[in-house]
Design a protein around this ligand. Sequence first.
Ligand SMILES: *Cc1c(COP(=O)(O)O)cnc(C)c1O
Length: 427
Amino acid sequence: MQKKLNKGTLCVQGGWQPKKGEPRVLPIYQSTTFKYDTSEQMARLFDLEDSGYFYSRLQNPTVDAVGAKIAALEGGVGAVMTASGQAANFYAIFNICEAGDHFVSATTIYGGTYNLFTVTLKKLGIDVTLVDPDAPVEEIEKAFRPNTKALFGETISNPSVNVLDIEKFANIAHKHGVPLIIDNTFATPVNCRPFEWGADIVTHSTTKYMDGHAVAVGGAVVDSGNFDWEANKEKFPGLTQPDESYHGLTYTAAFGKAAYITKMVAQLMRDLGSMMSPENAFLLNLGLETLHLRMPRHCQNAQRVAEWLKNHPKVEWVNFCGLPDSKYYALAQKYLPDGACGVMAFGIKGSKEDAIRFMDSLGFIAIVTHVADARSCILHPASHTHRQLSDEQLLEAGVAPDLMRLSVGIEDVEDIIADLEQALSKI
Ligand SMILES: *Cc1c(COP(=O)(O)O)cnc(C)c1O
C-alpha cells in the first residue's frame, strides 16, 4: 500500500498503520521484552523462522514503524534504525566488509565519518581509499582492488556542500561488482532518492533534518533490495554462505531482496547493539511528519541568504549549489531539482579572527555543533568539528580553513539576513 503514496503522505502516514481500536498515533513501546505463550513460539523466533519481537536490542515496534516510514520514503525494502548516524555508516560498511577487505569512499565526507573510515575501521583491518569524487571515472577506478567491497559517498557533502554525481558513482560501483552506499542526510528523501539513480544502500543521520528539531540523535540504514549479492557471490560470503551463528542459514537464500538488511538486524544488532531507543524513535517520527513542509522552507530561505551573502562586499566566497555560478549547479539541477538543503559554506574577507568576531556577534543564529535543524546555526569546522584534522586533511575533505558552515533554519528569512548583516557590520 505504502509504495504508491506520495512523499508528503508517507511523511505523515507512513510506517504506523493502526488497526481497529489501536492508537491513532504511534505509541512508544517502552518495553525491553515481549511475551509468548510457549517455549516453541520463542524458539522459532530465535531461528528466524517466525517474525516477531522478543528483545528491543534487535527490534521494537515503535522503532520498526519509523524504519518502515523511512524505507517507504526512500523506496527501499527495509530499514534498520540505529542510535546515531555514526552507527548507521559503521553498520552499512561492516555488514559487508571484514578484516582484509577494502572499500572506496569520496574524500568529501562528514568529519566523523572520515575518522571512522580512516582510523577506527583501519584498526579493525578494513582499509579505505579516498577518491576525489569530481575526478574522471578512470581515475576513480584505479582505487578498486580485488578485495574492494563497496563505494561510498554523500549526496550533499557535510560541510563542503558539494553535490555528488550519484549516477557516475553507481556505474563505477556496479562495474566492479560492489554496491554504492550513499549518505543522504542533507538531501533527505524529500529532495533526492538515491535509489532512483542507482544507489544500493542509503544511510542517514536522522539527527539532522529528519528529526529537524535537534532533540534526538539517530541513524538509519535503508536497503534498496536491488543489489545482486549472488551475482558477486565470492565477494560477499557473509550474505551468500551459511552463517554458523544462525544454524547455517544463508541470508540470500532465506531472505532474497531483504538479505542485507536482515543480516544487519540478526547479526550486527545482536552482537553490537546500537539500537535506536523507542522514545527517540517516537520523537523522530514527529519530526518526519513535517519533513515535506520544512525542507522547501529551508531551501527557499537558504537561496535568499546565499544570494544576499554573495552580493555582500565583506563576503569573499559562497558555496551553495543553488547559485548558478556554483561548480555544482548542474548536478544540483539534475539530482535536486526541488532544492538541495538549507546548508551553505562561505568565507568572509579578512583573518580567522574576523571570522570569529563575526560569529560571536551573531544574535539568534547560534554557534552550535549541529546542523540542519529548524533553528539557524553556524559552525567553523576548522576550529570545531574538524579540529582533529591537519590542514592537508582539511583541504582533502573540501574544508577550507576559513570555511564557515551556515545552516539556514525555517525562521523568517528577513530576520536571518538582518542578523547576518549586523554581525558583518562588526568586522
Ligand atoms: C551528522 C552526520 C553524520 C553522523 O551522524 P550522528 O547522528 O551525529 O552520529 C553522518 N553523516 C552526515 C552527512 C552527517 O551530517
